[in-house]
Design a protein around this ligand. Structure first.
Ligand SMILES: Nc1ncnc2c1ncn2[C@@H]1O[C@H](COP(=O)(O)OP(=O)(O)OP(=O)(O)O)[C@@H](O)[C@H]1O
Length: 204
């Protein structure tokens, strides 16, 4: 279970939010919503330990995430809105390296299969710089097929995706939730995801 207790975020001289509370259980989806600049990315960065709350705490299965360290990272995958795809590496290399950095080593065959599943068949060996924005996003999202983590934290995962890829992601996320996974995500796009428990966290 992921819990946020009385979370507060201060950026520069601005308080973006305070008193944010939630708990997310197996099979649960939390959609973080709010206008540009309301603090959605800041909240997600807190939830994956990249930023520290000005106040409050984040717990994973009852333990503060900073105390858990590597055990938390083994359970969680964070995909930031920039994607982190490296221009000079091929799609396969990008996927294998980002997976390894996330603690999961995959061979070329597995990377190939995941990229093919994401509709990138025939593009796997091209340097990422020649891929379209939507194709680059698909390379980033292919991580979800190989990571094996229970908690996905996704910042604007649907940006630049066409309708086919949005449907693919919808299916992938629903399958993850059906199997007891958890997802925290932001999106400015409309998407209906079936989950046993969906909650919306609105930032002002
Ligand atoms: N390191 C920082 N120092 C000062 N201000 C920051 C810093 N990082 C973010 N901010 C500010 O915090 C606010 C919230 O940023 P954040 O990226 O969390 O918003 P968001 O809700 O994700 O926005 P968007 O919908 O545009 O992605 C913005 O005004 C941003 O400029």
């Amino acid at each position: 279970m992921l819990e946020g207790n009385n979370l507060e975020c201060v950026r520069g001289d601005r308080r973006l939010f305070r008193d944010i509370n939630f708990s997310l259980e197996a099979g649960g989806l939390m959609q973080v919503q709010g206008p540009n600049g309301s603090g959605k990315t800041s909240l997600l960065r807190m939830l994956c330990g990249l930023a520290t709350p000005a106040h409050g705490e984040i717990r994973w299965n009852g333990v503060e995430i900073r105390a858990l360290g590597g055990d938390y990272y083994a359970a969680m995958t964070y995909l930031g809105h920039l994607g982190g795809v490296k221009d000079d590496l091929t799609a396969i290399e990008n996927l294998r390296i980002s997976s390894a950095l996330g603690g999961v080593e995959i061979d070329e065959h597995k990377a190939h299969d995941a990229l093919q599943h994401m509709g990138l068949g025939g593009r796997e060996l091209l340097p990422a710089k020649v891929l379209s924005q939507g194709q680059r996003r698909r390379v980033t999202l292919a991580r979800l097929l190989v990571c094996g983590t229970v908690l996905w934290i996704l910042d604007e995962p649907l940006t630049a995706l066409d309708t086919t890829a949005v449907k693919l992601m919808q299916g992938l996320m629903e399958q993850h939730l059906e199997h007891g996974g958890m997802i925290v995500m932001t999106t400015h796009q409309e998407i209906e995801i079936t989950a046993v428990a969906t909650q919306r966290l609105q930032l002002a």
